[in-house]
Design a protein around this ligand. Structure first.
Ligand code: UFG
Length: 326
C-alpha cells in the first residue's frame, strides 16, 4: 500500500514509518521538523513541508496517489496548550483542515487520526470507554476533539472514511533501540525520570501530591508505542477493506501514579531517581485509564508490550543510547 505519514519524523510517527517499511508498504513522510527529527526517519520518501502551506500539500498529493493518510503531526503538550492555546488551535485544528481539504481535492478517502485521552477531561468513570462524555480541560484536548467532530462532518459531506485513535500515554521505544521518544524540551514523565537516572538531570519534579488518588499523584495509563502502531496497522487494513469509520481508545486498562512510574524507573535502571514535589501543573486531569475493549472486539487489537517494566526497559535502552557518556 502507498501510505502518507504526516508527522512521520515525530515520536509515534517514526515508529509507524518503521513498521510500515518492515511490512513492505510504500511510505511518504511529510513533516516540518518543528518537533520531529530527520534522523528518526529510518526510510521511505521524506518530504519537508508544512500543513499550513496549501501549495506544498497540493504538490504532495499531485505527485502520488495515496491509499491512506496517517496523521501524527500535532503539538501534544498539555501544559503548553494552556499557556499558548492559539498554537494548538492553529496547528492541530486549522492545519488538519488543510490536510483534509487536500485529501478531498485529490480524491484520497482514508485517514487514521491521532487523537487523545486528553479530550475526556476529568473522567466521570474509569476505565474510560468510547461512550464516555468528552469534556476537555485543556486546549490540547479541545483541539483534538474539534478534529474528531470535523472528521464526522467530512465523512458526511465528502465520504472521507476515518479511524480516530485516542491514545492514552504513549511510552517506550523500538525493541532494537534504534528510535525512541525525543522531545526538545522534554516534558514527559518517563523520559524525564530516565534522564534523571542517567545524571542528565539532578531531579525530577512531581507535579502535585494532593490529587484524589492513593498516593496523591496523577494516574495515567501508559501504552507502548509499538502497540499504538499495531493499532494503526489494523485500522489501515480495516479502512482499505472499506470498513466503516470509527473511534477507539488505546490503553492497557491499568493506571500508574507518577510516583509508581518513578519507582518502576528506579527498578529498571537500578539507579536512584531523586524526586521533588512541586505544585500541580495546569490542565492535568487526575486519572486517565482506558477501556480498549471496543478495538479488541472489532479489530482484534491486543497490546503485546503492556507491562510498565517492558515499556520502561525499552525506553531505558533508548535513553542510554541518547546519553552514552552517562
Ligand atoms: N509529570 C510530573 N513531572 C514531570 C512531568 C510529568 O509529575 O516532570 C506528571 C504530569 O503532571 C502527569 C503525568 O506525569 O500527571 C504524565 O505527564 P506527561 O507530561 O508525561 O503526559 P500527559 O499525561 O500530560 O500527556 C500525555 C501526552 C498527551 C496525551 C496524554 C493522554 O503528552 O499528548 O498523555 O493521557 F494527551
Amino acid at each position: 500500500m502507498n501510505i502518507l505519514v504526516v508527522g512521520g519524523a515525530g515520536y509515534i510517527g517514526s515508529h509507524m514509518v518503521q513498521m510500515l517499511l518492515e511490512n513492505g508498504d510504500e511510505v511518504t513522510i511529510f513533516d516540518n521538523l518543528s518537533t520531529g527529527f530527520k534522523e528518526s526517519v529510518t526510510g521511505g520518501n521524506f518530504i519537508e513541508g508544512d500543513l499550513s502551506n496549501t501549495n506544498e500539500l497540493n504538490t504532495l498529493f499531485e505527485n502520488s496517489q495515496f491509499d491512506c493518510v496517517m496523521h501524527f503531526a500535532a503539538f501534544s503538550q498539555v501544559g503548553e496548550s494552556v499557556l499558548h492555546p492559539g498554537l494548538y488551535y492553529k496547528n492541530n485544528f486549522c492545519n488538519t483542515l488543510n490536510l483534509l481539504d487536500s485529501m478531498v481535492k485529490h480524491d484520497v478517502n482514508n485517514i487514521i487520526f491521532s487523537s487523545t485521552a486528553a479530550l475526556f477531561g476529568n473522567p466521570e468513570y474509569t476505565p474510560i470507554d468510547e461512550k464516555h462524555p468528552c469534556n476537555p480541560i485543556n486546549p490540547y484536548g479541545q483541539s483534538k476533539l474539534m478534529i474528531e467532530q470535523a472528521l464526522a462532518d467530512y465523512e458526511q459531506a465528502y465520504g472521507i472514511q476515518y479511524i480516530s485513535l485516542r491514545y492514552f500515554n504513549a511510552a517506550g521505544a523500538s525493541i532494537d533501540g534504534s528510535i525512541g521518544e525525543r522531545h526538545t524540551p522534554e516534558t514527559h514523565l518517563i523520559p524525564l525520570a530516565l534522564q534523571t537516572a542517567t545524571g542528565k538531570r539532578e531531579h525530577i519534579k512531581v507535579f502535585g501530591s494532593d490529587y484524589d488518588t492513593p498516593d496523591g499523584t496523577c494516574i495515567r495509563d501508559y501504552i507502548h508505542v509499538l502497540d499504538l502502531c499495531e493499532a494503526h496497522y489494523l485500522a489501515l487494513q480495516h479502512l482499505i477493506k472499506n470498513g466503516e469509520s470509527n473511534i477507539f481508545n488505546l490503553g492497557n486498562k491499568e493506571g500508574y501514579s507518577v510516583l509508581q512510574v518513578i519507582h518502576a524507573a528506579e527498578q529498571v535502571t537500578q539507579r536512584n531517581i531523586p524526586a521533588i514535589t512541586t505544585s500541580r501543573r495546569a490542565g492535568d486531569p487526575t486519572t486517565l485509564i482506558a477501556d480498549s475493549e471496543k478495538i479488541t472486539t472489532l479489530l482484534g487489537w491486543t497490546p503485546k508490550h503492556s507491562s510498565i517494566h517492558t515499556i520502561m526497559e525499552h525506553a531505558w535502552q533508548w535513553e542510554q543510547k541518547l546519553a552514552p557518556s552517562s
